[in-house]
Design a binder for this molecule. Structure first.
Ligand code: GFP
Length: 839
């Protein structure tokens, strides 16, 4: 038998070796060593990026011991693994997070300084992996942090997109998309594992045959095969030794060349297949693009899901198991419908490859999967045209038909003769052109289905998945989203974190409920003063950033009113703009108007093909251009659009906000997680009765939250009566004035047509009810302005927001997933012979 890993390593590497030691001297030496031996540079010719790489390798070395120990314990103890299947991870920069979780930020800062460098500058050099669009991908990364911090064995499976979410530039007020080449300068955090490559089939046809025992079997004869190569990145928990893996798959051709073609002289044809295979994981699909015809997207989904399930099976069989107990050892979570093809794939692997009978395979499959839904928007529900699906995955289509047949038998038993139910529940949509409904596949193939906030989970049961809920009520549950306080407080807002820790100790970082202790200091004027000073300092930093980037001067004494999130009509950034224009009009009518000075800050990307969303970006910038340059407005209003909003920028913005805009149409935002990050950092929320806003308000107290707008039931009623936006436009002079001003071309150099599409969609449809909520929003904003004038009271509300955010830690969410869905518990990792995480 092999000696235990620790013993083996210990005999080869000294404890205070340059790869493990945490003393400042050792760290300094290690950085110099990595610069020389890994980067191949000496100081006189090294760039900042070289130093960043040398530092990153120094930190990674310290992760590796924990990572390998963790893997060894998982193997030895044959633990149950949570496998999070997500097409997106919005990871954010690794370096600073790892320094915090390792507990070596201070030592590294000193070591770096002693080398004549600046840590913050090196941190800023990191190119963040933007492997997601927005909330869903960022949630996956918060969950990876919490899983490791709670010592839950887990692997996050996904796709290693060569190009992540595009970089956004703003030119003449318009969004311009630039390819995100995040891997260009190398990624020091990942390790390729070509030895664990797997093959994935596509296309072709199936045929049946009888095996040696006379059993009926099916085999799939594919048209082509692609190789999946895993790249692993360690995800370290906060001050524990657990380092889980994020395993992202990249596609490669099975052969570099098609030799037959090559031999007959078709060199370019031979290379074609290689290019074709490698295209599979080239680029992340943006949200909000019509899915129709996107064969490549289905290929991506199937590719990473098949790679991941084959990987799990390999791990399981290597442990000497049979697949009988697969579901006891793997809890596989489907992060939205993107990986839901996994249900059919696991069935295929069990039946066709491991020869399980259908019933047993189905039992294992259903026990293995859980499904999280993230949206009620009908356009975001994935359905694949039957032809396309069958062409790419012929065997899976057969399996889906069989699952459907058996499922519909169950439906018939419950609702005899009810064809309506059969057609609404079926996995195949047959109302017009035929489609495979991926959400239905996920629901049928999972033992639990959850929404991501209480309201959302209720609406799922009442609307989108109503029929499923009536048939299978025991499957439904809720897990309200959460965010990691490590990245979204300790990393993003060190000043506030230090202030908090100076009062209540550091335990809140692991147990966010402890923030409640801050309430004990609410009457302490000195503490409130310190709280304000921290906020002012981070606002000053953001003001400096805005000036450096955009040349706009904003005052840190103004109210920072912030809306950062993907651009979407339901999120209603344009409602925010209508408020700005109304304030502008008021000042123009009454130049001496005494209003609370505000800086409106926006950030977010629009899907490249989503014209209305891009028009909203242009509108924000056009309004900003006029408002920011009007001497009559002066310091009272400033409008800023921060280009290229991403995790790194979020880390700057959340701490500096006074007011968090969470103004989606009620019933449309499943949860929101930005709302949590703002509140945690002491911003107050102006928000609708939507998503997790409702639970945030419950926690922080209604007196510390600015609520406005129609509720879901009221919206339903209004629609049922026949909603006419013109009524609001004609009866509300301020609303009319704002709309007319846009239409007049005032913000577009006289071009009245520029925003026509956007304005017409409001005037004649207003699907997201901006006009209906306009007055309520304005009134509420007025309450905000008044409240901000009383800084003492505002500070109390701000402190209470932070103090009462314990519920929204992703640690709480993960515990709920463990209890309600995964049935897993922590497996602590002892380092035995190695230096403990806490130094
Ligand atoms: C989606 C939903 C959000 C939700 C996140 C995470 O976000 O309401 O908070 O998922 O559950 F819309 P996007 O990926 O659409 O930004």
């Amino acid at each position: 038998m092999n000696p235990p890993l620790n013993q083996m390593l210990q005999s080869q590497i000294q404890i205070e070796d340059d790869r493990t030691g945490l003393s400042i001297e050792t760290l300094r030496r290690a950085i110099a060593d990595n610069l020389f031996y890994i980067q191949g540079k000496f100081p006189a010719i090294a760039t900042k990026h070289d130093y960043y790489m040398a530092l990153a390798y120094t930190v990674r070395d310290r992760l590796l011991h924990r990572w390998l120990n963790t893997l060894e314990v998982y193997l030895k103890q044959d633990v149950k693994l949570v496998c999070y299947l997500s097409a997106e991870y919005l990871v954010g920069p690794h370096l600073v997070n790892n320094l915090i979780n390792l507990g070596i930020y201070e030592q590294i800062r000193q070591a770096v300084e002693e080398s004549g460098l600046n840590l913050q500058q090196l941190i800023n050099t990191e190119e963040e992996p933007g492997l997601g669009n927005g909330g869903l991908g960022r949630l996956a990364s918060c969950y990876m942090d919490s899983l490791a911090s709670l010592e839950i064995p887990a692997i996050g499976y996904g796709i290693r997109y060569e190009f992540g979410i595009f970089d956004q530039e703003i030119k003449d007020g318009w969004q311009v998309e630039i390819t995100d080449k995040w891997l260009q300068d190398g990624n020091p955090w990942e390790i390729a594992r070509p030895e664990a490559a797997v093959s994935v089939k596509f296309g072709g046809h199936t045929e049946s045959y009888l095996d040696d025992q006379g059993n009926y079997r099916v085999r799939w004869l594919p048209e082509y095969i692609v190789k999946g190569i895993p790249y692993d990145t360690p995800i370290l928990g906060y001050k524990v030794n657990t380092a889980n893996s994020m395993r992202l798959w990249t596609s490669e051709a099975c052969e570099s060349f098609d030799f037959q073609r090559f031999n007959v002289g078709d060199y370019y044809g031979a290379v074609d297949r290689k290019v074709f295979s490698e295209n599979l994981t080239k680029v992340l699909y943006p949200n909000d693009e019509p899915i129709k015809g996107k064969e490549l997207r289905l290929q991506q989904q199937y590719f990473f899901v098949s790679c991941s399930l084959q990987d799990m099976i390999r791990i399981h069989l290597n442990e000497g198991n049979t697949l009988d107990n697969f579901a006891e050892k793997f809890a596989v979570q489907l992060n939205d419908t993107h990986p839901s093809i996994g249900v059919a794939e696991l069935m295929r692997l069990l039946i066709d490859v491991h020869y399980y009978p259908w019933e047993k395979a189905w039992e294992i499959t259903e026990k293995t999967f859980g499904f999280t839904n993230h949206t009620l928007l009908p356009e975001a529900l994935e359905r694949w045209p039957l032809g396309l699906f069958g062409h790419l995955l012929p065997r899976h289509l057969e399996i889906i038909y069989e699952i459907n047949k058996r499922f519909l038998d169950q439906v018939r038993l419950k609702y005899p003769g009810n064809n309506e139910k059969l057609s609404s529940l079926s996995l195949i949509d047959e109302r017009g052109d035929k489609y495979v409904r991926m959400a239905h596949l996920a629901c049928v193939g999972s033992h639990k289905i959850n929404g991501v906030a209480q309201l959302h989970s209720e609406l799922l049961k009442k609307t989108l998945l109503k029929d499923f809920y009536e048939l299978l009520p025991e499957k439904f549950t809720n897990v309200t989203n959460g965010v990691t306080p490590r990245r979204w407080m300790v990393v993003s807002n060190p000043e506030l974190s230090q202030l908090i820790s100076s009062k209540i100790g550091e335990n809140w970082i692991k147990n966010l409920d402890e923030l409640r202790k801050l309430e004990g200091f609410i009457d302490d004027g000195g503490f409130r003063q310190q709280w304000r000073e921290v906020k002012r300092k981070v606002k000053q930093d953001l003001a400096q950033y805005i000036h450096d980037k955009l040349g706009i001067i904003v005052s840190p004494d103004s109210l920072f009113d912030v809306q950062v999130k993907r651009l979407h009509e339901y999120k209603r950034q344009h409602l925010n703009v209508l408020h700005i224009i109304t304030l502008y009009n008021r000042i123009k009518q009454n130049p001496n108007l005494d209003i609370t000075p505000r800086t409106f800050i926006f950030g977010g990307k629009a899907a490249p093909g989503y014209h209305q969303a891009k028009l909203i970006i242009k509108l924000i910038n056009s309004v900003g251009d006029i408002v920011n340059h009007d001497p009559e407005i002066g310091e009272r209003l400033k409008v800023v659009f921060l280009p290229d909003y991403n995790v790194t920028l979020g880390q700057r913005v959340y701490p500096a906000a006074d007011l968090s805009e969470q103004i989606s149409t009620a019933g449309k935002e499943a949860s929101g997680t930005g709302n949590m990050k703002f509140s945690l950092n002491g911003a107050l929320t102006i928000g609708t009765f939507d998503g997790a806003n409702i639970e945030i308000r419950e926690e922080v107290g209604e007196e510390n939250f600015f609520l406005f707008g129609l509720k879901t039931e009221e919206i339903d009623q209004l629609r049922a009566q026949g909603y006419n936006p013109q009524d609001y436009y004609n009866s509300n002079p301020e609303l009319k004035a704002a709309i007319d001003l846009i239409n007049s071309g005032f913000f577009s150099h006289g071009d009245g047509g520029l925003f026509q599409l956007l304005i017409n969609s409001l005037l004649y449809l207003d699907h997201y009810l901006l006009f209906a909520d306009y007055q309520s929003y304005l009134d509420c904003q007025e309450r905000v302005s008044q409240a901000y004038k009383d800084q003492e009271h505002w500070t109390r509300m701000s402190i209470l927001n932070t103090a009462r955010m314990g519920k929204f830690s992703s640690d709480r969410s993960i515990r709920e997933y463990c209890d309600k869905i995964w049935n897993t518990s922590p497996v602590p990792i002892q380092m035995k012979d190695y230096v403990q995480a806490d130094g």
